[in-house]
Design a protein around this ligand. Structure first.
Ligand SMILES: [Zn+2]
Length: 191
């Protein structure tokens, strides 16, 4: 009897030992998996952080570019307001002090016949304004009146710019034409 008990006990001990090794191996594996998961989490966190920084840097650069664009536009508009479009004077001071008899403008005629005048100092452009749509006269007489007034104002400015004396050679591929307009619209506008 004692012998049997001892034998069973030894088998049991082997089973227990095997079970213990199995449990230990399982626990080791679980530990390694946990470490791996921690590393992956670290990687992910680092990547998220890196992308966040990249995005913030891009946003900052875009905002800076936007600000300098707005500043540049504001500078151009400000210089166009003070510019006399005349030659004479130097650099920025010349914008307001240009006192030459000649204007600092170039006249360029495109192949479709349109002549554009632009100031070489402040980059302002004068071109044939778009004629108001005659349909507007029936649809909204008040808006039509405003559109005609604005058109006439721009046309007068354009014609004035076209007549400014300059010693700059006109450029372009087409003959110089004086703001072509269809006769019906011209009559409508009483020009
Ligand atoms: Zn100018």
């Amino acid at each position: 009897m004692a012998h049997d008990e001892k034998k069973i006990s030894r088998e049991e001990q082997e089973v227990i030992a095997l079970e213990a090794r199995r449990i230990e191996a399982e626990s080791r594996l679980a530990q390694l998996k946990l470490q791996m998961a921690e590393l992956e989490l670290e990687d992910l966190t680092a990547r998220v952080e890196e992308r966040r920084e990249k995005k913030a840097a891009l946003e900052a650069r875009a905002a800076a570019a936007q600000r300098s664009l707005e500043q540049a536009n504001a500078d151009i508009i400000a210089s166009q307001k003070v510019c006399r479009h005349k030659k004479g004077g130097r650099n920025k001071a010349g914008l307001v002090n240009g006192s030459d008899n000649y204007y600092s403008v170039n006249k360029h005629t495109y192949s479709h016949g349109e002549t554009v005048v632009f100031c070489t100092r402040c980059t302002q452009e004068w071109r044939m304004p778009k004629q108001p749509n005659p349909e507007l006269k029936k649809q909204d007489p008040a808006a039509w009146k405003l559109a005609v007034a604005e058109f006439k104002k721009q046309l007068a400015e354009y014609r004035e710019a076209l007549n400014w004396p300059t010693d700059n050679e006109p450029s372009g591929t087409a003959l110089f034409t004086f703001g072509k307009m269809d006769p019906a619209t011209a009559a409508e506008l009483a020009l």
